[in-house]
Design a protein around this ligand. Structure first.
Ligand code: SF4
Ligand code: SF4
Length: 77
């Protein structure tokens, strides 16, 4: 039987400066789930938020210049 892996994506608000590179990568190469929110990070930037099911491609994590993104596999659905 086929299984579907689930992933979580977390943004460290203390490290994130709100450059939104992760949002760009997610929407151009990833699963199009990271969006701009109306919240600010500790550094005053726009906080990205995930909306929908992360596919675990990790483009956001790889391209974040501040190591503020953490993608984790949650196990099979
Ligand atoms: S790429 Fe990193 S620093 Fe930039 S908005 Fe995304 S999480 Fe924040
Ligand atoms: S791992 Fe891929 S789908 Fe998930 S938030 Fe990052 S870029 Fe988007």
């Amino acid at each position: 039987m086929a299984t579907v892996k689930r992933f979580s994506v977390a943004i460290d608000e203390d490290k994130c400066k709100g450059c939104l590179i992760c949002v760009h990568m997610c929407n151009t190469r990833g699963g199009k789930i990271l969006k701009e929110s109306d919240k600010k990070t500790a550094l005053g930037g726009t906080k990205p938020i995930p909306e929908g099911d992360c596919i675990g491609c990790r483009w956001c994590e790889l391209y974040c210049p501040d190591f503020a993104v953490n993608v984790e596999e949650q196990g099979d659905a």
